[in-house]
Design a protein around this ligand. Sequence first.
Ligand SMILES: Nc1ncnc2c1ncn2[C@@H]1O[C@H](COP(=O)(O)OP(=O)(O)OP(=O)(O)O)[C@@H](O)[C@H]1O
Length: 639
Amino acid sequence: MYLSLIHLAASGLNMAKRVSIMDSHGVNKKPSPSRVRVAVRLRPYMEKGEDKVCVRGLDSQSLEIVNWRNQLETMQYQFDAFYGDKATQREIYTGSVYPILPHLLVGQNASVFAYGPTGAGKTHTMLGNPNQPGVIPRAVRDLLQMTRTNDNPDEEQWSYSITMSYVEIYQEKVMDLLEPKNKDLPIREDKDHNILISGVTQKTITTFSDFDEHFIPASQNRTVACTKLNDRSSRSHAVLLIKVQKNQQVPPFRQLTGKLYLIDLAGSEDNRRTGNQGIRLKESGAINSSLFTLSKVVDALNQGLPRIPYRDSKLTRLLQDSLGGSAHSVMITNIAPEQKYYFDTLTALNFAAKSKQIINKPFSQETTQAPVQPTMKRPRDDLENSAPSQHFKKTKTESTEESPNMSKDTKKKNLQLSSLDPAVVERLLKLDKILTERGKMEMQLLNTPKRERMALLKKLEESQLEIERLKEKQKELEEKSLAAEAHFERSSNSDFELSNSSVSESTFRAPLRTRATSTAKTKKVLRVLPLQGEKLGAFTAEGQLSGTGLGRGQKLKTHAGRENEPGWELNVRTDLLQNGREKILNLLNNGSIKELKSLQKIGDKKAKLIVGWREVNGPFKNVSERLCVWYCMAQVNPE
Ligand SMILES: Nc1ncnc2c1ncn2[C@@H]1O[C@H](COP(=O)(O)OP(=O)(O)OP(=O)(O)O)[C@@H](O)[C@H]1O
């Protein structure tokens, strides 16, 4: 026996209280947070030879294990429940699993998964044997029972249907066990962020013998093999999905769908002890790697990281709902008492301790199946579902996860839709697309986990502040520009009028300070020509300027080198002006910050201001003549 110099395991210290999630009717009506509940089950001692016991229970919630660093100490762990080696299958089921079943009847999801090292009793707990049935047969039996008894008069308006699917994740492939097809089924997320297995077989069950009929042969399809540590070791993670659908028989024809995942995970394996080789070693690699990802997911959830690596393995993708998602989850950690399992047991206990800190947020899956006008509710879905291949493929008791049996109402709606004028249908589809897109955006935010939602809201707030700031700045600049403009008008009586530009003129004021008086009687014409096809640096007989080396701030000079005098008029060709105008507009409306900065006098700040301005006020509509001239000049005078 241990000398009880007790060392409380750090991870076990955070002992959470049991939180009741039930209302007086035994179901949770509000979407309240629900912690993942963790139970630990100790298998009976089974070693034939002599081996020490390294772990023992203390009470109904705690246990202790020898501290390998100091044999005189033990480490204590506390969980929601601890079941010792004498605990019966019934005790485990009634204590930890039965309480979550009522949630399924109100459209919420639940999951139970057995975790632990190989040979520690996971399959025994989940499946059991005919004499000691485990969690799976008991839960199915009770669910069938619950959906049959209608003690509550309100329940008379409801009908239930239960379907089952059964898959295994073998070497990172999701395989259908009910109808093995040797095909990896894809895991998808629907618009409500429910995880589903696309194309998986669903069988309707109304009695327990229906269940048996499908489940027993399917279980034989599961991959098991003999290893040094277990004669029938599971080489895959097995996932049984029971879907409970509750349909209201009177208006508003509500439909609640709850899913129960019952998962028997493959055990973590230390291959130095299993002696696995060849295919067993490969299987073991896949099992350990997905369990490692599971551990990373739990760590990420506990640290509140923005990215949870659910997608790094099929197992974690499937458990996304159960860990940090919308399900009421129970994890049963199976451990073995023998010393040879010591490090596996310790790892499992530490994983269990950190898992109990995970908070899920269950909510009800509810839709309304009211037989209203067909066009109002998601016509695209209805149309897609009405594809003949989907209508006629399914037998009465078969369907797949993505195309459950349709109600009569839905079929009626589809018929009515398909008889509509194609143009009307097309318009409806467009409308639906817009609504779906809008819905998606809203749903994205609503369904984003709290942490990410907060980050998104913060970003949104920051963007709004930035926009406000930009607006202010723009206003300020406009005022300054107006003042400068008035001053400029007064002092220079410029010919280059700003043409109702939405852009602050000062932002783009050209370096051009050429003065051309409109009062000159005989005007000499100074023309700016397009860059292409013109000889640079030459004046024509008319005094055209075609790409001279006129730099910023330089005054225009005639070919005689005299300063441009009053009496000269800058006459810009209209096609060139138009061209310049279009180019500037295009630059203003589509140019990146870098491109905008390539304009003269536009620095980083102004470029950002322009981008901000167009984001707030939409595209610029026109640009000033002055700006065009300046642009044309800048083109012929690259610095
Ligand atoms: N509580 C228990 N009472 C009696 N026998 C048990 C108990 N738990 C496990 N066993 C027996 O221990 C052996 C190993 O159990 P089981 O196959 O359930 O382990 P496992 O954790 O599922 O292993 P693996 O991960 O390799 O599939 C089986 O023979 C099983 O019957």
